[in-house]
Design a protein around this ligand. Structure first.
Ligand code: ATP
Length: 276
């Protein structure tokens, strides 16, 4: 299914992401059930769903941490920028991924320093090793990325000493050193207080305005930035609805997705979900 917003964004260049009837089986359970999704470059998108709806499974599918069932006709199930074969390093340089799992990996390592964390993005490594040849332009890029994320003042600090929000900014900077076309952010505002959340969302808006396509995966309607106009609603491993923000964020669709009566209220450019 191609949504209105996808058509508006134009599909002349290969889609950023093209998933065709992806099914993922674990044991007896179908975690994703013939899920199809087509997102154009520049089509900022929120993937929204309740706990257990399949969001993390979808991210692991995109990041090649797990594989879908093969299709009977042999056609590729998932293509990124029109290709189905990618090395993980190649894929990471085009689509940066930041998730709570990645964050706990980095903040759990007491010896990691902030600048080294960012620059190690060039080597797909965690931290800088003796065999890593770091050039001047790499240092400039790392600094630029930290400045974009308003995190340059953290240089010199250990990752383990940072707050949740600070560590997340550093990890996004790490993903940005490659100047990726897209960023896939899993629960980007998890653990942030309301003020930090709003500041963080404003930083993400600037990335979107600079041309980085945002793919934001969340339970929270409130995190859908004004730049995001495409919303995919997941339920039980399937796409319940997808399309423009106005067409998807309805009381009925959210009520069905979260299995509880919900109303959507707009506060400025941001939607809010009210339960009951
Ligand atoms: N390895 C596994 N074996 C069996 N079931 C699994 C496995 N991994 C995930 N599941 C189940 O698949 C469903 C989807 O899980 P997933 O983690 O993708 O959901 P989610 O939308 O990311 O949830 P949350 O918002 O709580 O993180 C859940 O019911 C989960 O229990």
């Amino acid at each position: 299914m191609i949504s209105d917003t996808a058509q508006q964004a134009g599909m002349a260049s290969p889609p950023l992401l093209d998933i065709h009837e992806a099914s993922v089986l674990r044991g007896e359970r179908l975690l994703l059930d013939r899920l199809s999704l087509r997102l154009a470059v520049g089509q900022h998108t929120a993937i929204l769903g309740a706990n257990g709806s399949g969001k993390s499974t979808l991210i692991r599918l995109i990041s090649r941490q797990l594989y879908p069932l093969a299709r009977r006709d042999g056609a590729p199930v998932i293509q990124v920028f029109g290709r189905d074969r990618w090395s993980v390093a190649e894929l990471r340089s085009l689509v940066g991924i930041v998730s709570p799992a990645l964050q706990s990996d980095y903040t759990g390592d007491a010896s990691l320093e902030v600048f080294d964390t960012v620059i190690s993005g060039f080597f797909a490594a965690r931290g800088v090793g003796l065999d890593h040849a770091i050039s001047g332009p790499m240092r400039e890029r790392a600094l630029e990325a930290l400045e974009h994320m308003e995190a340059a003042t953290l240089i010199g600090r250990e990752m383990a000493s940072l707050s949740t929000g600070e560590a997340r900014r550093v990890l996004i900077a790490r993903a940005l050193v490659h100047r990726p076309r897209a960023l896939l952010l899993d629960e980007p505002c998890a653990g942030l207080d309301p003020a930090s959340r709003r500041r963080f969302l404003e930083s993400l808006r600037q990335l979107a305005q600079r041309g980085v396509t945002l793919l934001l995966v969340t339970h929270h309607v409130e995190e859908i930035l004004p730049e995001i106009d495409h919303v995919v609603l997941l339920r039980h491993g399937r796409v319940l609805r997808q399309g423009s923000k106005a067409s998807v964020l309805t009381d009925g669709a959210l009520t069905a997705a979260f299995d509880i009566a919900m109303r959507v209220e707009w506060r400025g450019d941001y939607p809010h979900a009210v339960v009951g």
